[in-house]
Design a protein around this ligand. Structure first.
Ligand code: 5GP
Ligand code: MN
Length: 326
């Protein structure tokens, strides 16, 4: 990692115009990492723009008050083309920022990827990837401290904290370790208010979101002697509850909460197919299944988008594929 870090510092020190992006449907680790990196680079006197494929969900808008986040449209292409460094955080797959991937490929910018997911795809000039860290935000903390800890100001610390808190499932997922807690302690020492961040992310929802959750919980089914739990949401649940997919928050925790379940699947019907979130417990490698369907992620948490398939067929296809591993 030290070699990777010093190459990254070289790029950051020698380039001036930065564009930062992350994945479609960004979560708090995606936006927290982007905002933290943008503020850090700004602290080094750089010009920075964050451009995302998707809009920012309401519960993460507080992070965009620390640094603006733009939603991609082709008017922003010139910024991508002019950039001398393009940074991708919290994903290593250009498919996950596909709307601008073509422009990125045309740009002469040095492409940097800072991430914690498995199996990087080849598109960047420099990869700083650590699949052992629970959050991209934790990796950024290590990068920043390796350069100059003074650049971790309160806004940077707040953005990093949001990413680490959420990607560790509030410090309980398997990759959470002593180092994560030590880093979190450092962030708190810089003045991060954990309850304020918690309130923004988890206590700022609309009642419709709970109605959506109610319908989602009702449709959970178990298969294979109770070892696999599935939740499949048709578009109609969103219209009925006047919600959107942005209101879906960590539904996988509920399918995994059932005794003896070792694999949890959450399907969400899309206009052009189905998105599936895959989760597993312990040694079961769910990433293998996600990859079979063109997706990816981590051993215990992966995702995939299946094109041109009905919700029912997607459920059947995944259940069939999973049979051999459970
Ligand atoms: P989620 O199910 O929460 O959307 O994603 C779980 C994990 O899998 C995340 O770490 C995410 O980055 C990864 N992931 C989700 N969807 C995709 C996808 O379509 N392609 C790839 N390569 N990874 C995905
Ligand atoms: Mn992440």
């Amino acid at each position: 990692m030290t070699e990777q870090f010093s190459r990254l510092h070289d790029v950051f020190n020698t380039k001036h115009l930065f564009v930062i992006t992350s994945h479609v449907n960004p979560d708090a680790d995606a936006i927290g990492s982007e905002v933290a990196l943008a503020l850090y680079l700004k602290g080094k006197g750089k010009e920075v723009r964050i451009i995302n494929q998707s809009i920012t969900p309401d519960h993460l808008l507080f992070l965009t008050k620390l640094f603006p986040v733009h939603t991609y449209n082709s008017d922003l292409d010139l910024h991508i083309l002019d950039a001398d460094c393009f940074c991708v955080v919290d994903t290593n797959s250009p498919k996950r920022f596909s709307a601008m991937a073509e422009t990125v490929a045309k740009s002469n910018a040095v492409k940097v990827c800072i991430d914690h997911h498995l199996e990087q795809e080849s598109f960047a000039d420099l990869y700083v990837i650590d699949t052992d860290v629970p959050a991209a935000s934790e990796l950024l903390y290590r990068i920043f401290t390796d350069d100059d800890p003074a650049l971790i100001t309160l806004p940077v610390a707040t953005a990093l904290y949001a990413g680490i808190m959420t990607d560790t499932g509030s410090f309980k997922f398997p990759k959470t370790d002593a180092e994560t807690h030590l880093i979190t302690a450092e962030l708190l020492k810089r003045g991060v208010d954990p309850y304020a961040v918690y309130q923004e992310i988890y206590e700022s929802g609309e009642i419709n979101k709970l109605h959506l959750l109610g319908k989602a919980l009702e449709c959970i089914e178990v298969h294979y002697n109770g070892r696999v739990a599935c939740m499949a949401l048709p578009r109609s649940v969103f219209t009925e509850t006047r919600t959107t997919e942005a209101d879906v928050d960590n539904l996988t925790q509920y399918v995994l909460s059932i005794r003896n379940v070792v694999v949890g699947l959450v399907f969400i019907e899309q206009p052009d197919g189905v998105k599936v979130s895959l989760r597993s417990k312990g040694e079961i490698d769910i990433n293998i299944i996600a990859k079979k369907f063109g997706g990816g992620g981590h051993r215990n948490a992966s995702g995939a988008r299946l094109k041109d398939i009905t919700l029912a067929d997607a459920v059947t296809a995944l259940l069939t594929s999973i049979k051999e591993i459970v």
